[in-house]
Design a protein around this ligand. Structure first.
Ligand code: NAP
Ligand code: HSE
Length: 429
């Protein structure tokens, strides 16, 4: 059997998951890949840290010991972030090595550049672990659904925010209280901005959209809104409307362009994604031939993410054996435009407080009618001091129409405040 040696760049949560899987499932992995696979070296920052599954692995803090080692066939980048990960990956590819990475931050911005470097050097660059942890969504889109014209990809692809919204829904708790718990449990980072502001999901969506629509989508193309403004009251009203609130990552091929957005949304309870709770992730893909498909599982963690990395390693080894590395390139043969927010068409939930007086509701209705928007539901609750809390739910309209109605509303003297405006994803069932 051929010996395949791996160099790990990073030996943290994911790196140690990779080492554990390669050790625990050694016989099956070697038999399935027809090779003897082992980790030769691992790059870290702190040489003194204790590491599990490090037996037999040479630990170094010098990247050249891995990048320039001629015996290393596959470099696994699990450092994270843009630099030095990008430079190390380019160097590995230019030294003729194949690369496997879990780095969504890097791919969502520099994916095209890196895939082009890989192809120029006849090397594989695989990244199954970059989206959805253990869920095999990249290979599903790249291979299993490749006969389809994909019309939409809708995902819950951030575990931290799904954990927070699920706990708020199930226990009626408020955002900051659950966020603190998520940090204590290790789901949310010490700085949770990338998760709660939707940036992590946007990076993953850019990667999925590029593959699903064969057109270049980067992080900056994605409209992003986070979940920090969602209150228990919004979740309660959503429930009255037979919906749950989820942070959705949505990409749709609208024919005249790609609509791509990450934001909290009311989703009907009967939608398959509504049942995805806690730290779980799921991606719902609609293709013209396969129809609706859904992929569900653990979106993060040492072993689930390690599972995706090791499956990529095995695929690289198979490609090395058949001398077919470097064949899967960037694959963006379309140049579809990215649609602007003005043309996004969704329903809207608007929760506001107004004076509880004659004509007030008629005036609100007029503002929306003038913008060409019609209502699908209305909830009104009396509040102290002659006020009323109103929830307006609209039929689908464009963001431009909504802005027109909100501009009128904001200049109305009987308006006390608009608590929240949240999109409704009712079109995608
Ligand atoms: P982590 O636990 O923080 O581990 C990072 C590793 O990289 C550590 O071993 C660290 O060394 C090393 N490192 C960091 N900066 C370095 C540098 N400049 N030079 C050399 N080594 C450096 O991170 P992780 O959670 O494993 O995440 C790794 C990648 O996987 C990221 O791209 C992340 O987005 C992605 N990912 C993670 C998960 C997950 O569940 N954790 C899921 C999906 C994708 P020390 O150990 O010495 O500090
Ligand atoms: N912070 C990410 C999440 C980790 O919460 O889903 C996996 O990418």
């Amino acid at each position: 059997m051929r010996n395949i040696q791996i160099g790990l760049l990073g030996f943290g949560t994911v790196g140690s998951g990779v080492a554990a899987i390669l050790k625990n499932n050694l016989y099956d992995i070697d038999t399935r890949s027809h090779a003897s696979i082992s980790i030769k070296k691992a790059l870290v920052r702190n040489l003194l840290k204790e590491r599990s599954y490090s037996e037999g692995i040479y630990i170094t803090d010098s990247p050249s010991e891995i990048l320039e080692d001629p015996d290393i066939d596959i470099v696994v980048e699990v450092i994270g972030g843009i630099e030095p990960a990008r430079s190390y990956m380019i160097s590995a590819l230019e030294h003729g090595k194949n690369v496997v990475t879990a780095n969504k931050d890097l791919l969502a911005v520099h994916g095209e550049e890196l895939l082009n470097v890989a192809q120029r050097n006849g090397s594989d660059l695989f990244f199954e672990a970059s989206v959805g942890g253990g869920i095999p969504i990249i290979s599903a889109i790249r291979q299993s659904l490749t006969a389809n014209q994909v019309s939409s990809v809708i995902g819950i692809i951030n575990g931290t925010t799904n954990y927070i919204l699920s706990a708020m829904t199930e226990q009626g708790r408020d955002f900051s209280n659950v966020l603190q718990e998520a940090q204590e449990l290790g789901y949310a980072e010490a700085d949770p901005t990338a998760d709660i502001e939707g940036l992590d999901a946007a990076r993953k969506l850019a990667i999925l959209s590029t593959l699903a629509f064969n057109t270049s989508v980067t992080f900056n193309d994605v409209f992003v809104e986070g979940i920090s403004k969602i209150s228990p009251a919004d979740i309660q009203y959503a429930s009255e409307l037979d919906c749950v609130i989820k942070l959705l990552a949505i990409a749709k091929n609208q024919g005249d362009g790609i609509e791509i957005r990450v934001h909290p949304a009311l989703l009907p309870k009967k939608h398959p994604l509504a049942a995805v709770n806690g730290v779980y992730n799921a991606v719902y893909v609609v293709g013209d031939a396969a129809g609706e498909t859904m992929f569900y599982g653990k979106g993060a963690g040492s072993l689930p993410t390690g599972s995706a990395v090791v499956s990529d390693i095995i695929q690289v080894v198979r490609n090395m054996e058949s001398k077919s590395t470097g064949l899967i390139g960037y694959g963006c043969y379309r140049n579809a435009p990215i649609k602007t927010t003005d043309s996004f068409t969704t329903g809207y939930y608007i929760r506001l407080k107004v004076k509880d007086e004659p004509r007030v509701f008629a005036t609100l209705a007029l503002f929306f009618a003038e913008a060409g928007i019609s209502f699908s539901s209305i909830i009104q609750k009396p509040r102290p001091e002659n006020n009323a809390e109103i929830v307006l739910v609209t039929h689908p309209c464009t963001e431009r129409q909504l802005r027109q109605a909100l501009d009128s509303l904001n200049s109305y003297s009987k308006l006390d405040k608009i608590y929240n405006v949240i999109r409704l994803e009712t079109n995608s069932i």
